[in-house]
Write a new protein. Structure first.
Length: 207
């Protein structure tokens, strides 16, 4: 067990070590790094984190992280509102946007169906997606979820919910390897998977 020369340092290390992927050794290294910085720099760092947590909101349409009621994508007149790309998290929006291959808008589910983790359809933004497409203006839904069992299960559930609404339902081409998370897929592969997306019919899950 580490012995700290300062209770204040120990408290800082304890808080930093609560961040994902940060152990106590890394937390100590970060705390000592901050200690060497000018007070103004540390205050700017702390204020940025506090302001992010207090003021950030979620887009009322797509549920992406936003600074305003509508995110910059949903409010852009340049986006194709007839195409909605369905993703798991904001990280996936960022990954797809980096490819420059998606001209449509997004819908962030906030997770995927995972019975093992107690996550069912009611915990996700699925009903709001159905409401978005009921007006008939949306022509295509792109299912851009992880190529995992949970992702495929969610794809199939969405297909069953949306299939009667006269929509073109597509999924990413399998240039994204089975088991891959979108945020860790290189931009070229992800971009090609978007461009070469295929019609989705859930056939492989109907057996």
């Amino acid at each position: 067990m580490n012995t700290y020369p300062s209770k204040l340092l120990e408290n800082a290390v304890s808080e930093l070590s609560k961040l994902p992927g940060i152990g106590r050794k890394s937390a100590l290294r970060l705390a000592l790094h901050l200690l060497r910085k000018e007070i103004a720099e540390v205050e700017a760092f702390g204020n940025a984190v506090i302001k992010m947590r207090k003021d950030i909101c979620y887009c009322k349409e797509c549920h992406n992280i936003s600074d305003a009621e509508l995110c910059s994508i949903c409010s852009s007149p340049k986006r194709d509102r007839s195409t909605i790309c369905v993703v798991e998290t904001t990280r996936d929006v960022m990954a797809i946007e980096n490819t420059g291959q998606m001209s449509g808008i997004y819908h962030v589910l906030g997770g995927i169906i995972s019975p093992m983790e107690g996550i069912g359809p009611e915990e996700l933004e699925i009903e709001s997606l159905v409401e978005r497409v009921r007006d008939g203006k949306v022509k295509e839904i792109v299912l851009a979820l992880p190529t995992t069992i949970e992702g495929d299960t969610t794809n199939f559930y969405l297909y069953r919910k949306l299939n009667d609404l006269s929509l073109k339902i597509t999924t990413l081409a399998r240039g994204v390897s089975i088991g891959d998370e979108l945020e860790f897929t290189d931009e070229v592969t992800l971009g090609r998977s978007i461009l070469n997306r295929t019609l989705y019919d859930g056939a492989f899950l109907k057996k």
